[in-house]
Design a protein around this ligand. Structure first.
Ligand code: MRU
Length: 345
């Protein structure tokens, strides 16, 4: 079994503290939704599906924190908790998806006790379904790769970015489980190194062959025939097939196109935002210190101006296919994505 990133146990939320990886595998326990909001903000938990489920568990803690007997008061308390959780990170649409799903459950329940029970049950179900969805996605995507392929991935779209198993790394796991021999190249993914700290850690933990490269070696490895395919996750996918993912994804996709290497995205339907246009999506800008140092070591002069966007947008023309739990969307995406959602109904 791959690592379990988030879990509900004895009315509390247990998470792997991803800021401590790869040096130590530590777990934190939260009983207050404000702690969950903080954990999302500070990257204790990160990755689009994982923060969607964290938001849901945040609301599950909130129903327990509010000891009122009045239904309207409980809903108002939950609305406020939702607002605080929502403000943590703006780009991954799974957070909104998870929070709204739980709020609908709360509003549809009858009594205060029923709200408490149904919100907790729904959040637990969301976490369990995340694993099943990743497994279906993995199975769908495993057909795209051949025996002895080397697959490049960027950032961490693995067990650590979900409840377990992963999206892009879920496809890699399923490909391996199908009996194919697979090697992985993980980019380091500056500035906070989700590739070296998390992807390299979890693949090594599970015994999957992985080599780490600096972000600057993407062109070299592709030009020298070391990469057969690329697979990444996503924070938000639009109806048009525009994909928002970790900063640098656009560069990797452009380089893959240049070398005729297929570039795939793996994401659950909860990562799709069928309403927004590319210009509507807020790209999270993060603090300068992530760029001016590595860990506690300073690597840039004091006072330097920094541009530090956490995500970028990859246009559909660079994407060979989008793997979901309902099948694989291929260009033209407007039509194929619509079909995936129709298949869901
Ligand atoms: O800033 P992060 O670590 O939350 O960014 C994560 C990514 O960009 C992942 O690739 C994305 O969320 C997909 S996770 C299955």
């Amino acid at each position: 079994m791959s690592l379990k990133t988030i879990e509900w146990k004895d009315n509390s939320v247990i998470m792997i503290d991803q800021t401590k990886l790869p040096n130590s595998l530590e777990f934190v326990t939260y009983t207050d939704y404000n702690q969950i909001a903080d954990a999302i903000k500070t990257l204790v938990v990160r990755g689009a599906p994982a923060i969607g489920v964290s938001g849901a568990f945040g609301l599950a803690l909130a129903v327990l924190q509010c000891d009122t007997k009045d239904k309207d008061e409980l809903i108002t308390y939950l609305e406020n908790a939702k607002k605080i959780l929502f403000q943590t990170r703006p780009t991954a649409v799974n957070l909104t998806w998870g929070l709204e799903k739980i709020m609908r459950v709360a509003k549809n329940a009858g009594t205060v006790d029923e709200i408490r029970k149904s919100v907790i049950d729904a959040a637990k179900l969301m976490a369990n379904e995340d694993i099943q969805i990743n497994k279906s996605m993995g199975k769908n995507g495993s057909e795209l790769f051949n025996d002895n392929d080397t697959i490049m991935t960027h950032c961490n779209a693995g067990a650590l970015a979900t409840v377990a198993y992963g999206t892009a790394l879920g496809v890699i796991r399923a490909t391996k489980e199908s009996g194919k021999n697979i090697k992985v190249i993980a980019t380091e993914t500056r500035p906070v190194q989700q590739g070296s700290r998390l992807t390299a850690f979890e693949l090594k933990h599970d015994g999957i062959d992985v080599s780490l490269i600096p972000d600057t070696a993407v062109g070299y490895t592709m030009a020298n025939g070391l990469v057969d395919g690329v697979i990444v996750g996503a924070d938000r996918i639009l109806q048009t097939g525009h994909v928002f993912n970790k900063i640098g994804t656009y560069q990797v996709a452009t380089m893959a196109k240049q070398h005729n290497i297929p570039f795939y995205v793996a994401a659950p339907l909860s990562t799709f935002d069928l309403k927004s246009n590319p210009e509507d999506v807020i790209i999270e800008q993060r603090k300068a210190s992530e760029v001016t140092g590595i860990g506690d070591t300073k690597t840039a002069p004091d006072g330097i101006d920094v541009i530090n966007p956490a995500f970028d947008m990859t246009p559909p023309k660079l994407i060979s296919g989008i793997i979901t739990e309902n099948g694989i969307a291929k260009p033209p995406y407007n039509e194929s994505i619509k079909k995936l959602f129709e298949a869901k109904k």
